[in-house]
Design a binder for this molecule. Structure first.
Ligand code: GAP
Length: 512
């Protein structure tokens, strides 16, 4: 897939009511988006799939909904006040600001692309007899590029680990990375920039307090750890899940809803015995990958990417990356955060956050495995995978969203063949019986072909057409989105046919 397809997806999102630029009539607010009438349904279905997979399928995972505002010391304890920074660099000619690490990552990705293209070309040339591993080990151009990549990558990882801003700049200079806009290498120094938004709580006369808009939902879970453990009589290992808004003053806001300043996270902190965390880390990696793959977009679209730079509190971390139209990108992070957060909150609050383990007959600060996925990135990956343009037998093209039926915003469209003869009334009757279970849409405007196309474009898995025969024998034509096949079925069979495919339960059964 290409940038070109990505542009089409972005305009499709707007045209069909999935995503709008925030404050559009005022020329927009950068990196902030609104979800429209279709988008909110898809987003809610994604959230339900995640929430149910956590709190329905796991007896020992419960949910909470904590406030966005929290005591400012929380962000001192978590390390966000001092260390939630991005290294930024400006180009003096274009006056544009970039993340230094992203410039280098993009450079590395370009080398990867070069190598992969070389391999693909050779695979085509040699056909069946192609030995990819051998080719990678022996081809001089591949070896040269690989060596260059490894060298830059090693320097980059070290610079990040040491927070060495001068070295980051030097890598940019040495690799001759140019500003994509001005095309020049006229770079400033690299500086740290804190990503948290702040505001004031209370009136100034009372002595206003500086508070932050939370940059992650996780801290709301940590500070409620004992509340939930005690009131829920939870025994370790157990998890707390939460879905909610998070805010980051991203420097480089691009790629649509991939990197936003206001976004939504679905996070789960799993509290375990110290020493058992790496086993649980492996377990949650597996569980979360299965959750993604169960959507049926193809296993090759996902990969793990282990972190080069481990945060000081983590002893393992990986990302689940998805193949977006602009390459493999992080959708979810899975982190083994040790006892860093709870221990730090103990220190800053002066309150004990320990668990008494009756089996071991001792108290300890639990270790934590975190799974953290962005709703908006999940939304974007779902749309990217589902979006297809097809040339039909009659030469026409259709745009179809091949969304998993359980996630589709509208499950069923009911279409009277004509706007008269009692067909609209019959169509409404069908909706009135099905609307309690499925999100339905009624549409009587334009030709039936146009109406099918509109439903394809929003990913509706079923269209039901009511015609004159329906009035006589209570049957309708049901059309399937993916195959476009149609069949005549009894109206009272519709509920069963649809329920089977669109049910969240059946999707959850593939992972539970
Ligand atoms: N509590 C851990 C944490 O917040 P993170 O890797 O910074 O970890 C987790 O974020 C996930 O949140 C990411 O994998 C991504 O899906 C999402 N996310 C982070 N920043 C985002 C942004 N600016 N816009 C959209 N989604 C974002």
């Amino acid at each position: 897939m290409s940038e070109d397809v990505f542009k089409k997806i972005v305009s499709h999102c707007k045209e069909y009511g999935f995503v709008f630029q925030s404050s559009e009539i005022y020329d927009g607010l950068s990196a902030v988006y609104d979800y429209g009438q279709m988008g909110v349904e898809l987003k809610n279905n994604i959230k339900k799939y995640w929430w149910d997979s956590m709190v329905l399928l796991n007896e020992n995972v419960v949910g909470i909904d904590s406030a966005i505002f929290m005591h400012p010391t929380i962000w001192k304890a978590s390390g966000h006040v001092d260390a939630f920074n991005d290294p930024l660099i400006d180009n003096k000619d274009s006056k544009k600001r970039y993340r230094a690490d992203v410039l280098i990552e993009d450079y590395l990705a370009k080398i990867d692309d070069k190598v992969n293209k070389e391999v693909e070309k050779a695979a085509k040339r040699f056909g069946e007899s192609f030995d990819e591993a051998m080719f990678r080990q022996t081809n001089p151009r591949v070896l040269e590029n690989q060596a260059k990549r490894d060298e830059v990558h090693a320097r980059f990882a070290k610079a990040l680990n040491d927070s060495n801003l001068e070295e980051l700049r030097q890598i940019i200079l040495d690799c001759e990375i140019v500003d994509p806009i001005s095309g020049t290498r006229n770079w400033t120094e690299v500086r740290q920039f804190n990503l948290m938004f702040s505001t004031e709580m209370g009136s100034t006369a009372d002595g206003a307090m500086k508070v932050y808009l939370r940059p992650e939902t996780a801290q709301g879970i940590f500070v409620n750890f004992l509340n939930v453990q005690k009131t829920g009589r939870m025994k370790i290992p157990f998890g707390i899940a939460q879905i909610g808004k998070a805010f980051r003053n991203e420097i480089v806001a691009r790629q649509f809803i991939f990197r936003m300043r206001e976004f939504e996270q679905m996070e789960m902190q799993f509290f375990v015995r110290p020493g058992e965390e790496l086993d649980w880390f492996a377990k949650w990696k597996e569980v979360r990958m299965k959750w993604h793959k169960s959507l049926g977009f193809g296993d090759n679209k996902y990969r793990f990417h282990d972190h080069d730079k481990l945060a000081h509190y983590a002893n393992a971390a990986t990302d689940i990356e998805f193949e977006m139209p602009f390459g493999f990108k992080e959708v979810e992070g899975i982190h083994s955060r040790t006892d860093f957060d709870l221990a730090s909150h103990e220190k800053f609050s002066g309150k004990k956050l320990q668990y008494f383990d009756p089996e071991l007959n001792k108290s300890y600060t639990p270790y934590v495995i975190e799974t953290s996925i962005g709703v908006d990135r999940m939304f974007l990956s779902t749309l990217s995978a589902a979006y297809a343009e097809e040339v039909l037998e009659d030469g026409e093209t259709r745009v179809v969203l091949r969304l998993p039926a359980a996630l589709a915003p509208i499950k069923l469209a009911v279409l009277p063949l004509v706007k008269k003869d009692g067909l609209p009334e019959k169509a409404r009757e069908i909706i009135d019986t099905l609307k309690f279970d499925f999100k339905c849409q009624y549409d009587e405007k334009d030709s039936i072909g146009k109406r099918y196309r509109r439903q394809d474009a929003i990913g509706t898995p079923y269209c039901v057409t009511v015609d004159h025969q329906s009035l006589q024998d209570n049957t309708v034509t049901i059309r399937y989105r993916d195959t476009m096949q149609q069949e005549r079925v009894a109206i009272d069979k519709l509920s069963d046919i649809i329920a089977d495919k669109v049910s969240m339960k059946n999707l959850l059964k593939t992972i539970g």
